[in-house]
Design a protein around this ligand. Structure first.
Ligand SMILES: [Ca+2]
Ligand SMILES: [Ca+2]
Ligand SMILES: [Ca+2]
Ligand SMILES: [Ca+2]
Length: 440
């Protein structure tokens, strides 16, 4: 069968056709995955979760690694006002070990700007990590430093060594890194404005253009002992990440300060593909514990309906009663990472499944026969666009189509050790997505 290029279509739905003016008045760029997917969060990039990853660490299989990214579409050359975590936001990573949609372990990150040290400002920040577990709140790291953004060989020479100094041990035996990294999400979203003009030759085996190549995000990576998360029965833990901002309310003449969640992310593409646009900001404010209210959008797929319309000759695409999608994205897959009947958006990782050896990894994950990948957790290399298209297309209900966006890998290699995410391109390189530029 001819390879399809439905990736462009998925991306179009995913992005909500967002056009982004890059910071610093640079070139315009569309973004993807959970990058600027809802109207309000698009106005608040430093709070915008873009992607979440969780996997058993390939080089330290007694630990799990959770990587959460924020700030979509960082153009490394968009100085002099570079990118930093917001000092007024709280960045949260949650782990649910008993399938009730409520966190059992929470890590909270607060960042502080530091006095100017470089010409035209400083992008290095200090931060505090607070852990909440078993009803106890403990500061497990403070005065930790991010590396500065990768500005260029004169301001930030030997960037890899500089970034390595941003790896810290926490007092509970975990390891942490926070700072600018290459955006590990890869997808062809460049042709989304003209659905008819699908790129010649684009398919599931290369030929697409990685729209996010050359762009960066801000990552928080945590490596934690599995023993901290393993429930000892189904060994499955569900992760999500979120951002909170402070809100002041006045009542009876008294000002009261509280935190309000403005962004969240578990599985990739939930808010983009499943949730209707008029509910996307509301969805960002909710928690997995109350995700049952969104179940109808899992079982009745807007994307399947769009596929049917645009590709009738490959149909019929099942549009309603999609219990397979409820399972994969809402409850977990029986005998793999099922967490119970409660529908909730958590990235579920069965900690008892060992990492797949390098060279044997299938980036189609579970549907490619590799149970150590998405949707059992998510590795950096997992091709979640192709996987999502195929599953929505009906892969698990006997309607197998070789869907894909033609971008099969990230533009730069991942690291083999923590924090695994590649270094960002430098501003001096000024790649604007050109793969020929030197990666330093
Ligand atoms: Ca987002
Ligand atoms: Ca829980
Ligand atoms: Ca990339
Ligand atoms: Ca792909």
């Amino acid at each position: 069968m001819k390879k399809l290029a439905v990736g462009l279509l998925l991306a179009a739905v995913a992005v909500g056709l967002a056009l982004v003016a890059a910071r610093g008045g640079g070139p315009q760029s569309a973004t993807a995955s959970s990058h600027r997917e809802a109207p309000l969060i698009a106005q608040d990039p430093t709070a915008d979760n873009t992607d979440l990853y969780a996997f058993v660490s390939p080089d330290k299989p007694d630990t799990a690694t959770i990587i959460s990214n924020w700030i979509p579409g960082e153009d490394p050359a968009a100085g002099p006002n570079w990118y930093t975590f917001s000092p007024t936001a709280r960045y949260d990573i949650y782990a649910d070990t008993n399938g009730d949609g409520k966190p059992d372990v929470t890590w909270q990150f607060r960042f502080k700007d530091m006095p100017g040290q470089f010409f035209l400002g400083n992008t290095q920040q200090s931060y505090t990590v607070t852990k909440i577990a078993n009803g106890k709140t403990t500061v497990v790291g403070s005065g930790l430093l991010t590396p500065p953004d990768n500005i260029g060989p004169r301001t930030t020479p030997n960037y890899d060594q500089l970034a390595a100094k941003g790896i810290h041990e926490l007092s509970d035996g975990s390891t942490v890194f926070a700072g600018q990294r290459d955006d590990p999400f890869f997808a062809d979203v460049g042709a989304i404005f003209d659905l008819v003009a699908i790129r010649e030759g684009t398919g599931a085996t290369g030929g697409g253009k990685d729209f996010l190549a050359g762009y960066a995000v801000h990552s928080i990576a945590l490596q934690v002992p599995k023993s901290m998360l393993d429930n000892g029965t189904n060994h499955t833990v569900g992760f999500w990440a979120a951002t909170d901002r402070q809100k002041v309310t006045v009542s009876g003449g008294k000002a009261k300060q509280s935190w309000v969640q403005v962004s969240r992310l578990g599985n990739p593409l939930i808010n983009e593909v499943l949730i209707p646009t008029n509910k996307k900001d509301y969805w960002n404010s909710q928690s997995p514990a109350s995700d049952g209210q969104f179940k109808t959008y899992y079982s009745n797929s807007i994307l399947a309906a769009v596929l049917e319309k645009l590709y009738p000759k490959f149909g019929p695409f099942k549009q309603t009663g999609r219990s397979d999608l409820v399972e994969v994205l809402g409850t977990g897959i029986p005998k793999l990472n099922y967490t119970g009947p409660k529908v909730m958006d958590e990235l579920r990782l069965n900690l008892s499944i060992p990492p797949t050896a390098a060279g044997k990894v299938n980036n189609l994950g579970v549907i490619g026969g590799d149970n150590a990948g998405y949707p059992n957790g998510r590795r950096l290399a997992d091709d979640v666009v192709d996987i999502s298209e195929r599953v929505v297309g009906g892969e698990l209900i006997g309607h197998k189509l070789p869907l894909g966006d033609g971008v099969d890998a990230n533009d730069v290699p991942f690291l083999s050790t923590f924090p695994y995410v590649a270094a960002p391109f430098s501003g001096y390189d000024d790649t604007h997505g050109q793969l020929s530029a030197k990666h330093s």
